[in-house]
Ligand binder design. Structure first.
Ligand code: ARG
Length: 457
């Protein structure tokens, strides 16, 4: 029998019970639910709503229920509907009617809101650890292999030579921003809804700040109706995850293409590669493909949370019970993807010689010729045009920039001097870019220092 069945003559249909239960997903947060009850009972005793003896018995009972749930000795049936009723029902079974005093001045509405916020605090913390480990893996990789010259791409066409470290740091900074977004979201999540009751508060002299402090919340949600109705913090957490997944999928895509023989820049480590059941030679970057694919799931989770709450009148509506499946999936999937991506970066090998020769004479050095002319006082727009004509000249010969001689350069512009050809060295091209945030190695190492400081701090 349900704990709310006083006004009913008949019980719910079996089909209805199966349809309305949230126990399956709620069991992931039974620790949070019991923590909330322990804090609530302690506070009720402090304000005189429970005697010390009643509070002690409730506390003991709750600890027993928790042990039973941890050890799998208590498996609540779906007739109990959700984790809140499952815990209270078992508590009353164990300690008797006094257990019924626990629900004084609270509702399942503020309980579920409290549980989810506690779950989020714990799991966003774990997600942040995974993201931090990923930034560390990237920065370690920059220090190990960063001084490898690669083409920097735009439109996936060769653009300008850069150090691999410059490219990897671009990813590291993006992940570091995901961490900042997460910390910012956590600040809003860290407010206790407990004691809001159904929506209106309670006539009993409770102390919401006390339960908030006991549960480790940084503060309380100011308005009781907002406390039970708000789901924007779930949407925000899922949005943080979705943005992180969008970023992770870009990194994953690069690992997929970089590990093809056509690119040949990296070789995914055995620990994160898989074979084919038919093609014996295969060594597939499945981990990266799964990260790329799972991004779609997390975007779906965010959509589900946005649409679930859209147009919903205040305060609690049962629609809100749909929130956890999407939320938990978003957070857990993103954490797994961050961790797998860090693992891939830690175990792959970089083919450091891949582009050493390949970039010599490549047209990706065309900007150098333009920049050279700029140092001779030629307006960049004109210099760009001259360099473009030199590319066209080489293409007509079926050659690359190694075909250029000082004579050819001077035929295209009188400002070219003997030192111009030296500008066509790809490494020198990367090293010339010493502007703040540029690819020059000194700038790469400066950023490594800044990131390391953020990781330690
Ligand atoms: N199982 C419910 C949920 O997950 C708990 C709150 C139920 N409240 C109610 N008024 N039916 O949202």
């Amino acid at each position: 029998m349900a704990l709310w069945d006083g006004r009913f003559e008949g019980g719910p249909a079996e089909e209805m019970q199966r349809f309305s239960e949230s126990l399956g997903v709620d069991l992931k947060m039974f620790e949070e639910d019991i923590a909330g009850s322990l804090a609530h009972a302690a506070m009720l005793a402090e304000v005189g709503l429970l005697t010390a003896d009643e509070a002690a018995r409730i506390r003991e009972g709750l600890l027993t229920v928790r042990a039973e749930l941890r050890e799998g000795r208590y498996r609540p049936g779906i007739a109990l509907e959700d984790i809140h009723m499952a815990v209270e029902h078992r508590l009353i079974e164990i300690i008797g009617d006094v257990g019924g005093k626990l629900h004084t001045a609270r509702s399942r509405n503020d309980q579920v809101a409290t549980d989810v916020r506690l779950w989020l605090k714990r799991h966003l913390g774990l997600l942040d650890e995974a993201l931090q480990a990923l930034v560390e893996a990237l920065v370690d990789r920059v220090e190990a292999d960063g001084r490898t010259l690669i083409p920097g791409f735009t439109h996936l066409q060769r653009g300008q030579p850069v150090w691999l470290g410059h490219h990897l740091l671009a990813h590291a900074w993006a992940v570091q921003r995901d961490r900042a977004r997460l910390a910012d979201a956590l600040g809003r999540i860290d407010r206790s809804p407990l004691g809001a009751g159904a929506m209106a508060g309670t006539p009993h002299p409770i102390d919401r700040r006390r339960t908030a402090a006991l549960l480790g919340f940084g503060g309380v949600v100011e308005n009781a109706m907002d406390a039970v109705a708000a789901r924007d913090h779930l949407q925000e957490a899922a949005a943080v995850c979705a943005i992180a997944m969008s970023q992770l999928s870009r990194m994953a895509e690069e690992l997929v293409i970089w590990s093809t023989p056509e690119f040949g820049l990296v070789r995914v480590g055995d620990a994160y590669a898989t074979g084919s059941s038919i093609m014996p030679q295969k060594r597939n970057p499945d981990a990266a493909e799964l990260v790329r694919g799972k991004s779609g799931r997390v975007f779906g989770d965010l959509s589900a949370l946005l649409v679930m709450a859209k147009g919903l009148p205040l305060a609690y509506n049962r629609d809100l019970q749909e929130d956890r499946e999407a939320l938990f999936d978003a957070v857990e999937t993103t954490r797994a993807c961050a961790s797998i991506t860090a693992g891939m970066w830690r175990t792959l090998t970089v083919n450091r010689g891949r582009y050493a020769e390949a970039l010599r004479g490549d047209f990706l050095l065309a900007t150098e010729l333009a920049d050279y002319l700029v140092t001779r006082g030629v307006p960049f727009r004109e210099a760009h045009h001259v360099s473009g004509r030199l590319v066209r000249w080489c293409e007509r010969q079926g050659r690359d920039f190694t075909a250029l001689t000082l004579e050819v350069l001077r035929e295209h512009h009188a400002s070219f001097e003997a030192d111009a050809l030296a500008w066509l060295d790809p490494e020198a091209a990367a090293e010339r870019r010493t502007s703040f945030g540029g690819t020059a190695w000194a700038e790469v190492t400066r950023q490594v220092g800044v990131l390391r400081g953020m990781l330690d701090g």
